[in-house]
Ligand binder design. Sequence first.
Ligand code: AP5
Ligand code: MG
Ligand code: ZN
Length: 214
Amino acid sequence: MKIIMLGAPGAGKGTQAKQIADKYTIPHISTGDIFRANIKEGTELGKKAKSYMDAGGLVPDELVVDLVIDRIGKDDCKNGFVLDGFPRTIPQAEALTDALNKIDQKMDFAIDVDVPDANIIDRMGGRRACVGCGATYHVITIPPKKEGVCDRCGENLILRDDDKPETVKKRLDVYHEQTQPLIDYYKKEGILKTVDGTQDMEKVFADITAILGA
Ligand code: AP5
Ligand code: MG
Ligand code: ZN
C-alpha cells in the first residue's frame, strides 16, 4: 500500500503516518524528519536545508526529489510506504508520478488531513518533538508520560525551531500557495481522500483505516 499524507503544517500528518506505518508494517518516510536528522548530524544536506526550514520556506525541489525517489526504491518499500511531507509542490508530485510510472506503479491513496489555520496555530506552540525517533507530543492534548522525555525511545523532546508563531504563519502561507494545489492534482488522479483532522487523533486514525481497509 502506497500512501501520501497531505495537509497543512501541524495538521497531524506525522502523528497519523506513524500509526499507519505500525498497523500496516510499512516504512514511514518523513522528509522533515530526514532533514532534521541531517541537521542534527551536521551533514552538507542538513546545512543546506536548515536556512530554508528555519525561515519557514520550502527546501528546493532538487534537494528533495532524488532523496525520496532513492528511499522508496529500497527493499523495505516493496510492500508499500507512507510519505509524510512529500510531495509538497507540483513539480515534486510530477517527479514522483514519473518515477513510479517507470516501474509500472502508482500511488494508492492521497489522504488530506484537513484542519483550518486557526486550529493549527494553537497546536504548534504546544508541540514537542523527539530528537531521537521523531515522535510528536503535545504538552496539553498528547503529553509524554515523563515531561521532556520520549515514551518510545527515551530521548529528549524539543520545541522545533520552526514552531515559533511568526514562522508558523509563514509556513501556512507557503502551504496554501505551493502545497494545497496538490489536493486538486490527486483528485484528478482519482486517489484523493479527505479526513476531518480536527477530531481527536484516535477518531482521525479510525477514519483513515476505514479508507485504507483492514
Ligand atoms: P515537516 O516536518 O514536514 O513539517 P510540516 O509539514 O510543517 O508538518 P509538521 O511536521 O509541522 O506537522 P504534522 O502535520 O506532521 O503534524 P504533527 O503530527 O506533528 O517539514 C518541516 C520543513 O522541512 C518544511 O517547512 C520545509 O522547510 C522542509 N521540507 C520538508 N519536506 C519538504 C519537501 N518535500 N519539500 C520542500 N521542503 C520540505 O501534529 C502537530 C501537533 O498537533 C503535535 O503536537 C501533535 O501531537 C498534535 N496533534 C496531532 N493530531 C492531533 C489531533 N487530532 N488533535 C489534537 N492535537 C493533535
Ligand atoms: Mg510532521
Ligand atoms: Zn523518540
